[in-house]
Design a protein around this ligand. Sequence first.
Ligand code: AFD
Ligand code: MN
Length: 400
Amino acid sequence: MTNMPSAGRGDPQDVPESVRAALAAQEIELPSWGFGNAGTRFKVFATPGTPRDPFEKVADAALVHQLTGSAPRVSLHIPWDQVPDFEELAAHATDHGVTLGVINSNVFQDDDYRLGSLASPDAAARAKAVQHHLDCLQVCRATGSKALKIWLSDGLNYPGQDNLWARQERIADGLAEIYAALKPDEQLLLEYKFFEPAFYAMDIPDWGTSLLHCLALGEQAKVVLDTGHHAPGTNVEFIVMQLLRAGRLGAFDFNSRFYADDDLMAGAADPFQLFRIMDQIVAANALAPEAGVNFMLDECHNIESKIEGQIRSVMNVQEATAKALLVDRAALAEAQLTGDVLGANGILMDAFNTDVRPLLAEIRAAKGACADPVEAFRQSGYAERMASERIGGVQASWGA
Ligand code: AFD
Ligand code: MN
């Protein structure tokens, strides 16, 4: 068979209703911290109009949802999003057409955690970290969130600095205390990262370590796969498949990287990898919200427009998903089983090479969102208005 693209494969008229419905139902969760100032260890750049508090961050995130139609939830980060009354923030979100999503803990910005949080050799630091997570669970109950996301920056800078095994036991004990506090409808999402801020050994460096801890904890513990958290060249879609097989893929933190945890727009550095990831999701029937995988963004934009960067990331995830849904699965299975190596690859590439932008523009418009969310944002004058209205106060950043 030739692998020439079928006539107009991406033509909205040719796309099955089931594909259109799946794309219309797709939900991508936004990071509140993606709307604040960000940077590297060298400089955090301030941008006029940046939100000064969680209420303004939620308003910016709600605009992304309004324009794209596919970003109905906003993850919070504690204490960056600390407010006196979380029920008031949840109501504010609802008023803006979105809801509050996953609650992210933060045990990486306190001097007490210099040698680690749950892994620290200091029992007081460990106890403080456990308490912070118990406090975050109280935030979940106030916001209606059902998942606590844990990323530990814990690790070592030098061989011999601490006992690798003992640190695993300390983490296991601390996670067990937190897990025991979960309500039956709540989840603990455990994220891994192969380096940074520690440079010799992170205590949860890879998917295997996160999975081992989740399996020891119980059914309500699942793994978070951050696409910026692997060594260059890692086959990330293989990890997606394995975690799906184990029933322990809880969420993605989508972003893009050229070298490390670069926090660039999802899909911008390697759209083919994002497609291969979504291909595994579609092949496993794990796309629908009820499948239990949360498709989140975790990215901060240092020099680029924050709102536009989040809009583009949502669109990039949608495009990768649309292409994955267009894979001719029957023909692919046939080619695979008959050992038609290039035929099978060609079928996958045919879908990847399909221009799905007209299809997605039509689906967005049909939902009452914008066919071209980026252009709509640029035309809206929102960025300019916020720059003129948001005067004074302290712009949100990693510190606040
Ligand atoms: C940092 C970490 C990790 C975490 C995020 C939010 O690297 O990705 O998910 O902060 O806490 O980016
Ligand atoms: Mn992350």
